[in-house]
Design a protein around this ligand. Structure first.
Ligand SMILES: *Cc1c(COP(=O)(O)O)cnc(C)c1O
Length: 459
């Protein structure tokens, strides 16, 4: 596929062309005008494009062939984990027992679903190092909101007034919005020149008004916080709690657990790490998991086991309540369960090892043209500078589309805020599902487009 310019519907419009096959009838019925007051009728044309039905169908079919997805090319969009998701899990999610369950079915008739929920809760707790989980939040940001409402409910419960929440400035953009929605005042903790949280600044910001610190780790710069335990103990020492944005679990599974680092609550993105395709507005799920302290505040349903029976826990007086109708996004959760069982503990660890290896491979092989903004090993994604380009980085990135490669995420200058100087940088997340051959192809395209964009022969 190469980019073919498709005219817009307005450009294709021809006066008089119509999609309706029947324009008039001769049954003597009054026209539509009959039913309205004259003052309700337009006197000027609407200005809509005029085309036949087949022209419209062909227009949208042509557009659909121009769209890019992981099924027709690599999609190294940093922070988004656009990896390949096994089709088999779609088939499992479509099994009639899951697909045809009615949202209003009495809970006691859904025992199979509760059993799956229970085991998925357990697996996510094992992966994150937490003690209990609720699967219902509908997306990552929704999981953040749930977790922050839990922190708020906890301090209300123990009668402490803590209105402030600290957020790292390398966090995902949703963090600050979720905190504001949960009623907190947010302060940004700056990043130091190495891309890590500035601990001295943190020291000056911690006091008794602080409910907690919300961190994305690995951060949106692709870096793991080296001082994570020190940071955690400082926040706890002043009575605050720690929220872990776990949307980037792709880098950590089987290697490190937020619970062990001292975090109190976390969400994960099933539609990044656990095999639901994402993008295009499809449903996701952002399960939220907590340690013993915050567990009572989890939103319902939390499924518990009694003998061989699995049912939503009826006894949750401290819960923040329901934050999603019915049972959450069932099909997404079935896919996550199937993914975890298919890979097992060793397989999940390998996913993360390969995700990190692939990102570092790309970083190393492109370093001469696109120097890493932080010159150190990265996690599952790498931030590469466009400073050696003669064109705008955005222009370079868009040009990749001609080679069936999705542009990376742009950070910096006029795009997303990021601490620093230079031209925009690119956040590249190749993901573990790209083979060595496909990584080499991707790198080749970057090098070729670099030399085209720079006007010189071979860089
Ligand atoms: C994607 C992402 C989110 C938001 O997840 P949504 O499902 O899009 O709401 C939050 N934090 C991080 C670090 C992310 O990468």
């Amino acid at each position: 596929m190469s980019a073919v310019a498709v005219k817009t519907l307005l450009e294709k419009s021809r006066p008089g062309a119509s999609g309706a096959l029947v324009t008039d009838n001769d049954f003597g019925e009054p026209g539509v005008d009959h039913y309205f007051e004259p003052s309700q009728l337009r006197t000027t044309p609407v200005g809509l494009p005029e085309l036949t039905e087949s022209e419209i169908v062909r227009h949208f079919t042509a557009l659909s062939k121009q769209s890019h997805g992981v099924d027709n090319g690599a999609y190294p969009l940093g922070s988004c984990t656009m990896k390949y998701n096994p089709k088999r899990n779609d088939v499992l999610a479509g099994m009639s027992g899951f697909r045809d369950a009615h949202p209003h079915q009495p809970p006691e008739t859904l025992t199979g679903l509760w059993e799956l929920y229970f085991h998925l809760q357990q697996h996510l707790c094992e992966i994150t190092g937490m003690s209990s989980a609720s699967l219902v939040p509908a997306a990552g940001a929704h999981g953040e909101l749930a977790g922050l409402l839990m922190i708020r409910a906890y301090f209300e419960h123990i009668n402490q007034h803590r209105p402030t929440l600290l957020i790292t400035d390398s966090a995902h953009g949703t963090n600050a919005s979720s905190a504001a929605m949960a009623g907190f005042q947010c302060w940004l903790v700056p990043t130091d020149p190495n891309g890590l949280l500035d601990i001295q600044m943190l020291d000056t910001m911690l006091d008794e008004s602080v409910a907690g610190l919300m961190m994305t780790n690995p951060s949106t710069l692709g870096l793991f916080e080296e001082n994570i335990q020190e940071i955690a103990s400082k926040v706890h020492a002043c009575g605050g709690l720690l929220y872990y944005d776990g949307a980037n679990m792709n880098a950590l599974m089987g290697i490190a657990r937020p619970g062990d680092m001292g975090f109190d609550v976390i969400h994960v993105n099933t539609h990044k790490t656990f095999s639901t395709p994402h993008g295009g507005g499809g449903p996701g799920a952002g399960p939220v998991a907590a340690n013993h302290l915050l567990e009572p505040f989890l939103p319902g349903p939390v499924v518990v086991r009694s003998g061989n029976t699995f049912m939503p826990d009826p006894d949750r007086s401290l819960s923040i309540g329901r934050i999603k109708s019915h049972h959450g996004h069932v099909a997404v959760l079935v896919r996550a369960y199937a993914y975890i069982l298919t890979l097992g503990a060793r397989g999940l660890r390998q996913v993360s090892e390969n995700a990190v290896l692939n990102a570092n491979y790309v970083q190393a092989r492109l370093a001469d043209l696109f120097p890493p903004v932080f010159n150190r090993l990265c996690m599952h994604e790498t931030l590469l500078s466009g400073s050696r380009l003669e064109t705008e980085t955005a222009y370079f990135a868009k040009k990749l589309i001609d080679h069936i490669l999705h542009p990376p995420t742009m950070l910096g200058a006029g795009c997303v805020y990021f601490p620093g100087n230079l031209k925009a940088a690119m956040l590249i997340e190749p993901t573990e599902t790209e083979s060595l051959d496909s990584l080499d192809e991707m790198i080749e395209v970057f090098r070729q487009v670099f030399s085209e964009s720079s006007g010189s022969a071979e860089p």
